[in-house]
Design a protein around this ligand. Structure first.
Ligand code: T4K
Length: 424
């Protein structure tokens, strides 16, 4: 789908958020049926839902279908479908150029990329991670019998707190996996210092952070290596996919071997490996979507501006802000529902779901409250007060190229009705 919304976005200035017009001139029609004004207009009270069909968090952004299909035809005609084919090689080159990083090792998904990176860094024993992340960050370690040790977050940034990391270090600790949550850079300098002082490896789960920067440098250039997810729900997708990027040539070479069973040539295995390869059709999707990346960002940014403007006057909810001096992908619209808001976060989510707005409680309840970690460490929550609190308060709202600004206004109107009615 190369929709009108994207064509509009291309012609807009993105230098300044305030300058991004909320024009609907050539946007696809709004799907919202009405604007609720009083409690009786809400679907939780029996009214017709705001949307006839579900509005998702994570609706994929899809670039030009013509260019994708032309690439698909080339793949079929060439009979080269996987294993380091021409699409993959071009894809890795484009990623390296975009991020200014020396190596890109594309993989079949972000989870396998995390596992391969972890192995390549020789992590074992205990590795410190945030609990407030998608569970794949922890599972990628546990799957290899490495013990994830959960450290608390800074409630202001929702990223790992370096002091909390320091407190969790033991003689068994071999590394730290930081997460650039919501695409906002983790405290990379402080974490690098903690790692250096304690002789630990440092890698980042940058699954949310493709196209985002920290201190003006694109994420992908920090730590020993960084891992991206290109899952369908990410702002930039290859259907399924991921990559490890690094400025360490030897580490990259090791990971290239690992993603292809350890083969260094026909019948020649020099390393234990797995199958982490990205297919040609996934790389073709990536190349196509890379060409439309600026449009995706512009749309997300306009949506972010629309949410911010609509939510500004609403007491009790605050929207996570992106630092405008950095590159951002504005992939996640993250609300903190504070105790000041008249209804609970869960009631708010129920109300939105009733309207067919499938808001998400990412990353509730925190990895430490999921199996197997909940059974392994029944008392982990005692050292994770900020994680526990934030996980109970956050709601993620829909954005992306399938959203119309009027849909956003309609969604916020539900919050406004809830805010004004104690009985809602
Ligand atoms: N580390 C972090 C920090 C991550 O956030 C993730 C993935 C990973 C590691 C692992 O990377 P991968 O191995 O996945 O590459 C979704 C995604 O599945 C997951 O990739 C993502 N993080 C996570 C934050 O969100 P779910 O289970 O919450 O949602 P899901 O996949 O059911 O999709 C959400 C909604 O999107 C659906 O309700 C419908 C819509 N959707 C989904 C797909 C796949 C579509 O409209 N079209 C689609 O093709 O995990």
């Amino acid at each position: 789908m190369k929709n009108d919304r994207m064509a509009t976005a291309r012609s807009k200035s993105v230098g300044n958020l305030a300058a991004v017009p909320m024009s609907t001139a050539s946007a696809p029609p709004s799907r919202a049926r009405k604007t609720p004004r009083v409690a009786a207009d809400l679907a939780i009270h029996g009214a017709v839902p705001l949307f006839a069909e579900a509005v998702h968090v994570g609706r994929p952004n899809v670039g030009s279908s013509e260019r994708f299909l032309a690439r698909a035809r080339d793949i079929l005609e060439s009979r080269w479908l996987s294993n380091n084919g021409p699409m993959l090689i071009e894809f890795e080159t484009r990623i390296r150029e975009k991020l200014g990083v020396k190596n890109c090792v594309a993989m079949c998904n972000g989870t396998i990329a995390l596992e391969i990176a972890t192995r390549a860094l020789d992590l074992r024993g205990e590795v410190i991670v945030p609990s407030y992340t998608f569970v794949a960050t922890a599972h990628a370690l546990q799957w290899q019998e490495i013990t994830p040790i959960f450290a608390d977050i800074d409630p202001g940034t929702q990223n790992l707190d370096p002091d909390a990391v320091r407190r969790m270090i033991t003689p068994r600790t071999t590394g730290i996996v930081g997460v650039h949550l919501w695409g906002r850079g983790a405290p990379v300098e402080e974490l690098a210092e903690v790692a250096a002082v304690n002789n630990l490896r440092l890698m980042f789960d940058a699954s949310h952070g493709f196209g985002c920067s920290h201190g003006g440098t694109f994420l992908g250039n920090f730590g020993d290596c960084e891992v991206f997810s290109f899952h369908a729900t990410k702002f930039f997708n290859t259907f399924e996919g991921g990559a490890v990027v690094t400025n360490d040539d030897r580490l990259a070479e090791k990971m290239r071997l690992m993603r292809n069973f350890g083969f260094s040539g026909y019948d020649h295995v020099i390393y234990p490996g797995t199958n982490g390869k990205m297919t040609e059709i996934a790389a073709a999707m990536g190349l196509t979507n890379l060409e439309d990346l600026d449009d995706f960002v512009a749309i997300n940014r306009a949506n972010y501006g629309a949410y911010r403007d609509e939510l500004r006057s609403l007491r009790g909810v605050s929207m996570l802000a992106f630092d405008e001096s950095e590159h951002n992908n504005y992939q996640y619209i993250v609300l903190d529902v504070t105790p000041e808001f008249p209804v609970s976060r869960d009631r708010l989510v129920d109300a939105l779901h009733a309207e067919n707005v499938l808001a998400r409680k990412y990353f509730w309840p925190g990895c430490h409250n999921m199996e197997p970690y909940r059974s392994f460490y029944p008392h982990a929550g005692l050292v994770l007060p900020h994680t526990n609190r934030i996980a109970e308060r956050v709601v993620v709202l829909p954005t992306g190229s399938s959203m119309h600004p009027d849909d956003i206004r309609a969604i916020v109107s539900v919050l406004r009705v809830l805010a004004s009615s104690r009985t809602a």
